[in-house]
Design a binder for this molecule. Structure first.
Ligand code: ADP
Length: 164
């Protein structure tokens, strides 16, 4: 059985991530989306919130599972019995970092390979960081994220505004 993990922060998930998840789901028997629990990064959404959002967004894809993880992606892949780490590539700026990470992971775990899915053109510009920035100024985000994520972002915006 071909199993892949797709690790990332997903803070929050965008249409770009969902596109990669759906395409990986077509290529592998099972895809496990790994939501990184990294306290050093101080994410907008807690790991539980990010897992919950992704679970709701992938309900219709039976061979996709969502799990939180911390530590190395290669260790997470091994724990899941995955042979492949899937990552998305948008632009040259992604490439250098992703190549470096893939090569490091290959040294750490020669039994786990990295596969890149190039972004669909309509999502090439899209990142969680940009979506959060637009939302922080109450901008329109419905073209970037599904309604579930837009609502969750709106709630964060309101709670931050009320706490000021
Ligand atoms: P990380 O903090 O690990 O980069 P992200 O949640 O930002 O986590 O991204 C997870 C993965 O999804 C990365 O491989 C990233 O390149 C990819 N990705 C993010 N946005 C897009 C997009 N719009 N199209 C394709 N891949 C994307």
């Amino acid at each position: 059985m071909a199993v892949a993990v797709y690790p990332g922060s997903f803070d929050p998930a965008t249409y770009g991530h969902l596109d990669v998840i759906a395409r990986a789901g077509n290529l592998f028997d099972e895809v496990i989306v790994g939501v990184l629990n990294n306290s050093a990064k101080s994410p907008l959404f807690s790991v539980e919130e990010r897992v919950n959002i992704l679970n709701r967004l992938t309900l219709e894809i039976p061979n996709v599972k969502i799990k939180a993880f911390s530590g190395l992606a290669v260790d997470f892949a091994r724990e899941c019995g995955a042979q492949v780490i899937v990552r998305g590539l948008r632009a040259i700026t992604d490439f250098e970092y992703e190549l470096q990470m893939a090569q490091t992971n290959r040294v750490l775990a020669p039994d786990v390979d990295t596969m890149f899915l190039t972004t669909s053109l309509e999502y090439a510009y899209l990142s969680s960081t940009i979506v959060k920035e637009v939302n922080a100024f109450n901008g329109e985000i419905s073209k970037f994220v599904p309604p579930i994520v837009a609502e969750a972002l709106q709630e964060k915006y309101m709670s931050r505004k009320n706490n000021k």
